[in-house]
Design a protein around this ligand. Sequence first.
Ligand SMILES: Nc1nc2c(c(=O)[nH]1)N[C@@H](CN(C=O)c1ccc(C(=O)N[C@@H](CCC(=O)O)C(=O)O)cc1)CN2
Length: 283
Amino acid sequence: MVISGKELSMEMKRQMAVRVKELEQKYGRVPHLVVVLVGEDPGSVSYVAGKAKAADEIGIRNTTIRRPETITEAEMLALIEELNADKEVDGILVQLPLPKHIDSDKVIAAIDRGKDVDGFHPLNVASLWLRQECLLPCTPKGIIRLLKSTGTEIAGKRAVVIGRSNIVGLPVAKLLLDENATVTIAHSRTKNLPEVTREADILVVAIGRPKFVTADMVKPGAVVIDVGVNRDPETGKLCGDVDFAACEPVAGMITKVPGGVGPMTITILLENTIEAFERRMRG
Ligand SMILES: Nc1nc2c(c(=O)[nH]1)N[C@@H](CN(C=O)c1ccc(C(=O)N[C@@H](CCC(=O)O)C(=O)O)cc1)CN2
């Protein structure tokens, strides 16, 4: 069975649109998301446009601030300060990656943690690991939501996450652990990787290599979640980290690229923006 992030996203957006109207009635304004986009990278431009479109769909006010590739770190930090101080801004997202001359960690740490709708601020990361209430990173939160939407029992299952990035691998491993899965984090240096992945009832792949996971790496009946967004070197078409055609017959459930985890990343961003707004309104 193919797990559709696109369909779940559509359903979530329908519900959030109703919520946004209720919030407007209650507080006299809607949540406001600001996305900062530096440079012209076509992927980033397209993801940011997707975020604006999704926010529009559900009635969230959104502003995209574009800055040239040449912006300095000091100018970025000054912009973040301005947005932190703006009472009418509820969510701030800096699209990554930033140009090499800017320290992304410094910029992210400068964001007001209550407005950090990406869940990347060091204090939000710490809260995730300490199981304290916080804004959770969008892709990992979206993966857990996708798994739950299929009725997959996570507790007691063996989960293997391939990839150890701060944005996806590590936080999704922690969220799976919080759901009482037995979690292994594998990576490019893991020995006998197919042996490890074949143990997985739930396999999350976020390694950034096109069609890296082949059928022999998948346990029959496993749930396979593909986080990759790559270009197939042979066809030039969009593809994931999982060889979908080969793995789909082996897996019990599997996500596709496009239409799987990607749309959930954007939909959870909207959810986090609403959450940040509500927390700010409650004071
Ligand atoms: N500040 C952030 N920067 C980046 C993040 C992030 O979560 N926060 N994640 C990625 C990019 N990203 C969101 O920003 C993102 C990636 C992919 C998709 C998506 O919907 N993918 C589609 C296919 C898109 C296509 O056709 O190219 C899919 O999988 O169906 C959404 C968001 C890095 N930067």
